[in-house]
Design a protein around this ligand. Sequence first.
Ligand SMILES: Nc1ncnc2c1ncn2[C@@H]1O[C@H](COP(=O)(O)OP(=O)(O)O)[C@@H](O)[C@H]1O
Ligand SMILES: O=C(OP(=O)(O)O)[C@H](O)COP(=O)(O)O
Length: 399
Amino acid sequence: MTFKTLDDLSDIAGKRVLVRVDLNVPTKDGKVTDATRIERVVPTIRELSEKGAKVILLAHFGRPKGEPVEEMSLKPIAAAVEDIIDQRVHFAADCIGEAAATAVAGLENGDILLLENTRFHKGEEKNDAEFTKALAANGDIYINDAFSAAHRAHASTEGLAHLLPAYAGRTMQAELEALEAGLGNPKRPVVAIVGGAKVSTKIDLLTNLVKKVDALVIGGGMANTFLAAQGIDVGKSLCEHDLAETARSILTEAETSGCAIVLPVDGVIAREFKAGAANEVVDIKAIPADAMVLDVGAKSIAAVNDWVSKAETLVWNGPLGAFEIAPFDKATVAVARHAASRTKSGALVSVAGGGDTVSAMNHAGVADDLTYVSTAGGAFLEWMEGKPLPGVDILHQQK
Ligand SMILES: Nc1ncnc2c1ncn2[C@@H]1O[C@H](COP(=O)(O)OP(=O)(O)O)[C@@H](O)[C@H]1O
Ligand SMILES: O=C(OP(=O)(O)O)[C@H](O)COP(=O)(O)O
């Protein structure tokens, strides 16, 4: 199966092209802290603009649950895109209706417009027919360049491809090619590291992942959920207690599949979620009730790095700790550097992905030393499992 790309588009001058991009970038105090996702979609935007299309960007930001939330506006992101692409990026305060229509009507050939967060409408995540129609009203052609959101069957990632001629953007194309090249036929042992904070949306993926990999290292907020499921008191740590049953069934599946599970044996605890907070390393079974684990400890780092040393292939989504605030970046940085050095010596194929994971790899200074850094986290894990990605599948179905 294959899909159409920008190479299949001709004569697009004056055409209104709706481009789904992933601008769900890490930010702090309204400023973008890692622009990798923006940089990756620039080639598609620039190519379309240079060919005279009216480029209309669709994107989500955060999880606003179907209604406008000021802190999740894409407006500040429009300014960041403008800086990187070095061209004016217009902004419309809604992705459908009059605000969008007026902004689109005002575009000259080659102009770029970013529409407000698609998730400000309930119809986006429901892939609602009326909402999709309202989005489609502003376009002649649809391009999906958001591989990292392709695991979502939403109006802007899947629905639009039913209504408009649909194509893959340059980044979508490049991500799929790079993942296939790096992981299509992975050398064993394959080790996966999964950490981060999006526990509820990623935990289900682990059921299948343990059938595909030789070892699964669990860190970050994800680890706390597994530890709690085993009866360990994780104090005030980020933890989804209601997922204990799911966590236990994953551990059982791992045993059946012969996949080693690597959980932290020690943790760095603090009582405040801020840089420089007083902290200490404790045994994982001795977390005080009023403290939270913000990173894994030295013994756990050594255990993870042992697996990285044994691995021939490493896939990684989700940092091992709250890497944005020092010193809770220690484990993520130490493991990233070890993986990078093995990759540089030719002993390891390493692929890391996810909005915050890319930022963590940049923070560790290793983004150029890994085999591939994907913008995708959840989508990359689902691809790894062999699960169909709705946003990619629908592109394959285009005539
Ligand atoms: N122990 C922890 N406690 C709280 N937050 C954590 C912990 N470990 C990791 N995190 C947070 O997880 C976030 C990244 O998770 P996630 O969004 O799942 O990754 P990605 O965007 O790469 O897919 C980071 O902001 C990091 O601070
Ligand atoms: O940041 C994203 O995914 P990731 O955290 O798995 O890298 C994508 O923009 C998808 O966002 P979502 O997980 O809120 O659907």
